[in-house]
Ligand binder design. Structure first.
Ligand code: UPG
Length: 317
C-alpha cells in the first residue's frame, strides 16, 4: 500500500503545489499555518513514513527547504521530503490534458504552463506505478486532526470509485458572470440549468449536485489506472462531448474537470465528508447569491481540515 521505496516502511504520500512561493508573502504565511498544524496533530506508527511531495520551481524549492527545516522540527513521526520540478511535470502532462484546457482554464487559449493545474487528473500516468495512493492538498489549509486519519478514507471507497473529494461549498457551479473582479467568463452550468430547469446539476445539497472542491483530494492512483471508464473520459473526444452536453465553461482546472465528469458518473467519486475540506470563502454570498448561499455553505459535524480559500481567515480554534 502506497509503497514506492524498497524498504519495509509503509509510506503515506501527500502532494502540494508549491510554485512562486518565494514571490508571495501570503503563500508563505499559508504554508506555515498548514505545516505547523499538520506537524502538531500528525501521529504515525512505528514503521510508517509521511512523504511530502512538492511541485516546485527552483526558487520556491530553495525557500521551501529552508522553511521546512523549521516547520518539521517538532514532528514526532518519520518523514521524507521530495521536490518535483514543475517544468518536468508540465512537459509530461501537456499532451494528456491539452484538449481539456480550453474548457477549464481562465481566458480562451490553452496555455502550456496551465497544464500543471490538471496534474491530479493525470497523476496516475505521470507518477511511477509503485505509487498507488496519494493525497493532494492546497497550501491554504489548517489541520485540526491527524493527517494519517485522512488516508483511512481510502479504505472506504466503494468499488469503481477512483477519487475521494468534498463538495464545493459555494454556489460557483450555478453562476453566470462575464467580467468581474474575481474571474472572467464564468459560465459553469448556468446555460445547462436554464435549458434544463428541473436538473439537480448545480443545485445545493443534499439533493442537488453542487460540484467538487479540489482543496483536499484522495487520488487512488491504482484505481485510476485500472478504471477503463475514467481513462475513457480523459480522451479529447469525450471531454468535448461532455463539455458540449453540459455547455460547461470553467477556470478552476482539475476541480472543474472532476465536477463535470461527476455529474455524469458520480460513481467514480467517493464523497468525502465536508469536515475534511471545510471551505471558508464567502465571496459569492456578497456577489449576488446571498439568497441561496447558506444551502451550499453549511457543513455540519466535526471539522478536520479548514480551507481558507480566496484568502479567507481561518479561525484560531
Ligand atoms: N499555488 C502555488 N503557487 C501560486 C498559486 C497557487 O503553488 O502562485 C498552489 C497552492 O498549493 C495553492 C493552490 O495552488 O493552495 C491553489 O491555489 P489558490 O490560490 O488557493 O486557488 P484559488 O483560485 O484561490 O482557489 C480556488 C478555489 C479553491 C480551490 C482552488 C483549487 O477557491 O476552493 O481549492 O481554486 O485550485
Amino acid at each position: 500500500k502506497g509503497e514506492i521505496h524498497g524498504s519495509g516502511d509503509q509510506h503515506y504520500h501527500a502532494l502540494m503545489m508549491f510554485t512562486k512561493v518565494d514571490k508571495s508573502r501570503s503563500l508563505q504565511d499559508k504554508f506555515r499555518v498548514a505545516m505547523l498544524s499538520m506537524v502538531k496533530h500528525g501521529d504515525f506508527m512505528e514503521g510508517e513514513v509521511l512523504v511530502l511531495h512538492f511541485v516546485s520551481d527552483p526558487a520556491s524549492k530553495e525557500l521551501g527547504e529552508k522553511m521546512l527545516q523549521e516547520f518539521l522540527l517538532d514532528a514526532t513521526f518519520k518523514y521524507e521530503v521530495l521536490f518535483h520540478d514543475v517544468v518536468d511535470l508540465t512537459h509530461k502532462l501537456f499532451p494528456i490534458v491539452e484538449a481539456m484546457q480550453k474548457y477549464f482554464s481562465a481566458g480562451s487559449g490553452a496555455y502550456y504552463s496551465d497544464a500543471i493545474f490538471f496534474l491530479s487528473v493525470a497523476m496516475h500516468q505521470i507518477m511511477p506505478e509503485s505509487l498507488t495512493r496519494i493525497v493532494q492538498l492546497d497550501l491554504d489549509l489548517k489541520y485540526r486532526t491527524n493527517i494519517r486519519d485522512l488516508f483511512k478514507e481510502f479504505d472506504r471507497f466503494p468499488p469503481g470509485a477512483v477519487i475521494g473529494i468534498t463538495r464545493e461549498m459555494q454556489p460557483v457551479y450555478r453562476v453566470l458572470i462575464d467580467n468581474n473582479s474575481y474571474c472572467q467568463h464564468v459560465h459553469t452550468f448556468w446555460q445547462y440549468r436554464k435549458e434544463n430547469p428541473r436538473t439537480r446539476v448545480g443545485d445545493p445539497p443534499p439533493e442537488g449536485l453542487p460540484g467538487f472542491n479540489s482543496g483536499v483530494m484522495l487520488l487512488d492512483l491504482g484505481a485510476m489506472r485500472e478504471s477503463a471508464l475514467y481513462n475513457q473520459l480523459l480522451k479529447p473526444s469525450n471531454v468535448a462531448k461532455l463539455a458540449d452536453q453540459y455547455r460547461f465553461r470553467g477556470h478552476l482546472g482539475d476541480q472543474d474537470f472532476f465536477t463535470m465528469i461527476g455529474m455524469e458518473h458520480p460513481e467514480l467519486f467517493y464523497p468525502l465528508a465536508c469536515g475534511w475540506n471545510r471551505q471558508l470563502c464567502t465571496w459569492w454570498r456578497d456577489h449576488g447569491y446571498g439568497d441561496v448561499f447558506q444551502m451550499y455553505y453549511r457543513c455540519e459535524g466535526l471539522v478536520y481540515i479548514y480551507h481558507g480559500n480566496c484568502n479567507s481567515p481561518i479561525p484560531d480554534y
